[in-house]
Design a binder for this molecule. Structure first.
Ligand SMILES: [Cu+2]
Length: 446
């Protein structure tokens, strides 16, 4: 509860920081969003969007990733017919073309994963995003920060059967989700127009996300209410917190092509600090946004020694993802191949969706399938280093409501999970491991 109250205090502080006389706008999903929309697109001259023309061709995901225009913060030119906006949060224009935006959430969770390797835990997850944008006419600068108070939880993180990745106490975390670092992003992005509808961009900072994989799970509408991180996190989006990133690219409303240099090592278990940036790894990504409903990306990266406990082991990661979004449905299908060098190639796929029955009632689901050889890290174990293909099936429901006229929303929900696994894992995991998570979330913006 301490974490929650600290995060709440931070949010309230952000609210109080609104300068007197500032031109201010607050809203949630269905508020009056004209100003937000007009100020978020990268190219001012393309932003004359009437009330009937408000769907951007793409939206900003985590790092430089793109989502369908129906999700999150609009990025591209306005096309389409319906009127919708979901970024919400607090948007302030103190003048001089600077636009300040605050979004975030704190979530209290109780999870119980059953079976011999299961565990139960009450814990809090949180994220705050503060962004400042300035338009220079022909160029746009964005300063981005993203913070989490998850380092306040115990270093072993929280139960998540069959999840692996990162360490605590020098030991690899298995059947746990690691806490995220205090600094999830400290980065800047500069877009310079080079032709009508086309810009060159440079993104980077001491903490950022390279051009690799789909947008991280906490930024995808398809995972918007799902309280459990994917067990394929370290196949798709584990590079979302990287100490040292430089990305350069070309962006148009339909296409984005980009390449990154970054530090391969995953964050260490000291989660309050900023680790020494390095540029020893690289990646490249092509993203296509054919319509505001669709986004697709292909990316490949070389990651130098990502895991602290596997020195000398590099990774060649290839991912493909397709995202769909409309007024009610947000969905993603993705595939990843992790080719360890030296070592085997381990593949994973993931399909997830969020469906709004109404503005208040949400259904969500996820199916993951992954071949993992890190479930038994004890060298004496006969199953050590053996790869097992596991499927996780998860379904859930959330109820959400805006809190009066404030930009805050409250959500309550839960999910249940079941697994399909080889018989060889029965002794360790029991015949039928399963689990559930209950949560309540206070969010500023979506
Ligand atoms: Cu993560």
């Amino acid at each position: 509860m301490k974490t929650i109250s600290i995060s709440l205090a931070a949010m309230v502080a952000a609210l109080l920081a609104v300068p007197a006389g500032a031109q201010e706008h607050m809203g949630h999903d269905h508020g009056q969003m004209d100003m937000d929309h007009n100020s978020n697109s990268p190219r001012q001259e393309e932003q004359i969007c009437t009330a009937d023309l408000r769907i951007a061709s793409w939206a900003t995901g985590s790092g430089t990733s793109r989502l369908p225009g129906w999700e999150g913060t609009p990025g591209g030119e306005c096309i389409g017919e319906a009127s919708h906006h979901s970024s919400g949060g607090i948007h302030i224009m103190p003048g001089d073309d600077w636009m300040l935006m605050a979004h975030g959430w704190v979530q209290a969770n109780y999870t119980d994963h059953r079976g011999p390797r299961g565990d139960d835990k009450f814990y809090a997850t949180s994220m705050a995003m503060l962004t400042a944008q300035k338009d220079f006419g022909g160029a746009k600068l964005e300063l981005r920060s993203m913070l989490s108070l998850e380092p306040a939880m115990e270093p072993q993180g929280y139960p998540n059967l069959f999840a692996t990745g990162e360490t605590a106490g020098g030991e690899p975390l298995v059947d746990r989700q690691h806490p995220h670092d205090l600094f999830m992003e400290l980065a800047a992005r500069l877009d310079v127009d080079v032709a009508p509808g086309t810009s060159l961009f440079l993104y980077g900072g001491p903490v950022g996300e390279p051009a690799l994989g789909p947008s991280a799970f906490m930024h995808r509408g398809s995972a918007g209410y799902n309280p459990e991180p994917p067990i394929t996190h370290h196949w798709f989006d584990s590079t979302h917190i990287t100490y040292g990133v430089v990305t350069a690219g070309v962006a148009s409303s339909r296409w984005q092509v980009e390449a990154s240099a970054f530090r391969g090592a995953e964050p260490d278990e000291a989660r309050w600090d900023i680790e020494t940036p390095k540029l020893d790894s690289w990646s490249a990504r092509v993203t296509w946004n054919p319509t505001p409903n669709w986004a697709a990306q292909v990316s490949h990266g070389f990651i130098k020694e990502p895991e602290a406990t596997h020195a000398g082991e590099n990774e060649h990661r290839t991912t493909v993802s397709i995202h769909y979004a409309n007024r009610r449905l947000k969905a993603m299908g993705a595939f990843s191949a992790k080719n360890r060098d030296p070592g085997d190639t381990l593949t994973a796929w993931l399909a997830e969706a969020n469906y709004d029955l109404t503005d208040h009632h949400k259904l969500f689901a996820r199916i993951e399938n992954v071949k993992n050889d890190e479930l038994f890290h004890d060298h004496a174990d006969p199953l050590h280093d053996r790869a097992f293909r596991v499927t996780k099936l998860q379904g859930g429901y959330a109820w959400t409501t805006p809190l009066g006229d404030s930009p805050f929303a409250l959500s309550v929900g839960g999910s249940m999970s079941a697994y399909i696994k080889p018989d060889a894992l029965d002794a360790a995991y029991g015949n039928n491991p399963w689990g559930y998570t209950l949560f309540t979330r206070l969010s500023l913006g979506h």
